[in-house]
Design a protein around this ligand. Structure first.
Ligand code: SF4
Length: 434
């Protein structure tokens, strides 16, 4: 990374400490219970409006996508599956020729597609179908009308948010070169809902940061430029490969806490403001009202969440940020924070703000984690869909962690909604017990 980590400002009311920055991490290597990277298509296809995600996979992959994203009846879907069948698996058919035919049929019928992702899966990796060569071949054939890229969404990766990381990393080589002598620009990296993106854009404008782009863009024709004058601010904590690719293109990484909650959003904006020399009084003036609104929205959920014990299973990679938000802004007690993968550089600010002594685990060994969870008897468990029902049957209160990826949760205006996600199951349990 180009920029050294720097100490993040802490709110005045809290004592400065290194929290869990240097805390030991329990590393787990066992059975995993997570969705695969194909799941990222559910939110990515809504974000890049002229893109199509063609999964090169099996009927299982197609079923996963249909149940995760729903079947679109009135709109033309912007994802689909080129099915690898028994003949492909047995090596009886030329999978590349079949794929070319599928792409030809698709692009003939859909002139709105300007960016086509070939998304690899477990089956395509098993038959060693080289999708990167296929993408190059098809790009040569269909450019300049359609750009064809590829990435892997297979379940062999650690968890489902890696799908977004792999997708964005595949876009980075396509970004145009920024003018090395131009003014510095800000690149916000990570898929945000349009409404959140618009709110942040307004805040950056009010701060006086003139040149702001988002990756991914809403249209493939709006790919942002990258170069040594580009400051990259991650909006999601699971973008290790994308950040590395941006670094190789000269982008300057801005260390920051992620924009979850009132405090998290202020610290995230502050990282950008400091990089662009925004005067502190201007910064304070711009954030004062929205930050106060966010704090008021959180008050509504404080009573139900405060002092409750929380156990987070590794699933979305958002877990350390959620734990920081819930412990510092809603006074929850964190029992364990599991995450599939812990990027200590990107999460340094988050770890520093976690209460000292919080148990951290990286990777998954589901049986051992279930044993620890049962022993602790937490008030709320955040976990994947596969674990939620069995734990509810055992009398625990759960929340699907995938909801934090599907819902707009970043920024001041969404802080209350984020708290509501965790308050809702506790309120439901309370009503059942009355
Ligand atoms: S990519 Fe692998 S894990 Fe994901 S649905 Fe397809 S077969 Fe299952």
């Amino acid at each position: 990374m180009n920029a050294p980590a720097r100490n993040l400002p802490l709110p005045d009311s809290r004592p400065a400490s290194s929290g869990c920055l240097n805390a030991p991490v329990l590393r787990e290597h066992g059975q995993r219970e997570v969705f695969c990277g194909l799941t990222g298509i559910v939110w990515m296809h809504r974000k890049i409006q002229d893109a199509f995600f063609l999964i090169v996979g099996s009927r299982t992959c197609a079923h996963l996508m249909q149940s995760a994203a729903g079947v679109m009846i009135f709109a033309e879907p912007r994802f689909g599956t080129a099915i690898i069948d028994e003949r492909d698996l047995a090596g009886l058919a030329d999978a590349n020729a079949e794929l070319d035919k599928v792409v030809e049929r698709l692009l003939k019928r859909r002139s709105d597609i300007k960016l086509l992702f070939l998304v690899g899966s477990c089956p395509s990796e098993v038959i060693k179908l080289d999708l990167s060569r296929a993408a190059q071949r098809l790009s040569r054939r269909y450019m300049p009308d359609v750009r064809v890229l590829n990435y892997s969404g297979s379940g062999i990766e650690t968890t489902f948010t890696q799908g977004e990381d792999a997708c964005l990393a595949s876009l980075v080589p396509e970004l145009p070169e920024a003018d090395a002598n131009g003014p510095p620009s800000l690149l916000v990296v990570g898929a945000l809902s349009d409404i959140v993106e618009d709110q942040f854009r307004r805040l950056f404008t009010d701060l006086g940061i003139a040149s702001v782009d988002f990756l991914p863009p809403r249209k493939s024709s709006m790919l942002p430029a990258i170069g040594p004058r580009t400051r990259c601010l991650l909006a999601q904590p699971f973008l290790s490969d994308t950040a590395r690719a941006l670094d190789e293109r000269g982008g300057l990484y801005l260390p920051a806490v992620f924009p979850l909650g009132a405090e998290g959003t202020t610290l995230w904006l502050k990282a950008a403001a400091e990089a662009f020399d925004v005067p502190p009084d201007r910064f304070n003036r711009v954030i004062a009202q929205p930050e106060a609104r966010a704090r008021r929205a959180l008050e509504h959920h404080h009573e139900i969440l405060a002092s409750k014990r929380l156990f987070l299973f590794p699933d979305s990679q958002l877990e350390p940020c959620l734990a920081r938000f819930l412990s510092r802004e809603l006074d929850m007690n964190i029992v364990e924070v599991g995450t599939p993968y812990l990027n200590r550089t990107h999460l340094a600010g988050e770890l520093a703000l976690l209460p000292e002594g919080t148990r951290l685990s990286e990777g998954q060994d589901v049986d051992r984690q279930l044993d620890r969870c049962r022993e602790e008897k937490p008030d709320l468990v955040v976990c994947g869909l596969g674990l939620a029902n069995p734990l509810e049957a055992e009398g625990m209160t759960t929340k699907w962690s995938i909801e934090t990826v599907f819902t707009p949760i970043q920024g001041y205006e969404q802080a209350g909604d984020l708290a509501e996600i965790f308050a809702r199951p506790l309120r439901r349990r309370q009503r059942l017990e009355v």
